[in-house]
Design a protein around this ligand. Structure first.
Ligand code: FE2
Length: 318
């Protein structure tokens, strides 16, 4: 009970207040605390409609809320919630009209579950952001590169129709693909061509990156991305020469995003290419890039949606 975020007591007020025959007060007190009681006090004089409107922030959202609640559908609330009492949006996973099933507690349990996962995600994404900042501080040349990789990768996941969690995760963890460069920063900054030995050491940024986030709950995808983002579909990549679906899906997505961004951006070893030229290289190939390097399904999506990716680059170029 103590773990329940006071801000989310608002959901208790909303759900309980819509149960037929139950006084709002009775339902709320059961899992209220100081903050929710204060809030309840503020909202007490209002009608249910007004409270929903207050929470949802606009009429259409309020109507949708009532409809979904009536249908027992999952509800996600956003909008003014963030600016007022509730810090994160939440989903009410279960709505039960039958009082005999311990409705109040049941609803609360559902909300708690989602609340915790939302809070956890927020903390993990914050960790990802902090790691990214640490890594980019050591490698200032990357500019907006890492942020763009987040955007492209999220778009890929969206176009692949992957679930929302995957889309959010890859959109927040793709930026950690080169986190391991922090261990080879001196080599990466050298203004000359690297020796074969030095280059082999730089390639280990994949393994170093995976080690940095290894064994941390919730950061498994970040680990996959760091380790696999230079693997190639045909097995010619590094560090493990993985082939096809042995490469994690997140790794395959970020690999493609990373190659595209490198082509259309300036690198110490090359100028930035035009979008047309980059397209040609990715579809025909050159001495470094071959179409066989990419997951064919992703490749198809990339080619069919090339404009999306060029627009993202245009919006956030260095
Ligand atoms: Fe890399």
């Amino acid at each position: 009970m103590e773990k329940f975020d006071p801000d989310f007591a608002l959901f208790g007020i909303l759900t309980a207040s819509l149960l037929p025959g139950i006084e709002i007060g009775d339902a709320v007190v059961d899992y209220a605390n100081e903050s929710s009681m204060r809030l309840y006090g503020e909202l007490r004089g209002k009608t249910i409609g007004e409270i929903i409107y207050e929470v949802a922030g606009e009429k259409k959202a309020a109507q949708e809320f009532v409809y979904k609640l009536g249908e027992g559908m999952p509800i996600t609330l956003e909008g003014r919630l963030n600016k007022r009492y509730v810090k994160f949006h939440s989903t009410i996973v279960r709505y039960c009209l039958d009082d005999s099933c311990g409705t109040h507690r049941f609803i609360q349990a559902g909300i708690m579950d989602i609340t915790e996962s939302v809070v956890l995600k927020k903390l993990l994404y914050g960790t990802s952001e902090a790691l990214k900042r640490a890594a980019t501080a050591a490698d200032e040349d990357t500019g907006h590169h890492v942020t763009r990789i987040n955007l492209y990768s999220g778009k890929f996941a969206e176009l692949l129709k992957l679930d929302e969690n995957f889309i959010d995760d890859i959109g927040n963890y793709a930026q950690l693909h080169d986190i391991g460069k922090i261990k080879v920063a001196d080599l990466v900054r050298l203004p000359r061509k690297l020796s074969a030995e030095e280059f082999a050491e730089v390639q280990k940024h994949t393994v170093y990156g995976a080690e940095i986030v290894a064994g941390l709950d919730g950061l498994e995808m970040a680990r996959d991305i760091a380790l696999d983002h230079h693997e190639k579909w045909d097995g010619s990549g590094y560090p493990n020469g993985k082939k096809g679906e042995d490469i994690s899906l997140a790794g395959r997505i970020v690999a493609m995003a990373d190659v595209f961004d490198a082509l259309v951006s300036v690198r110490p070893y090359k100028p930035s290419f035009t979008y047309g030229h980059a397209y040609k290289i990715m579809t025909i190939g050159d001495d470094r890039v071959k179409p066989d390097h990419f997951d064919p399904e992703l490749y198809k999506i990339f080619v069919n949606n090339y404009e999306h990716f060029t627009m993202m680059h245009k919006k956030m170029h260095d």
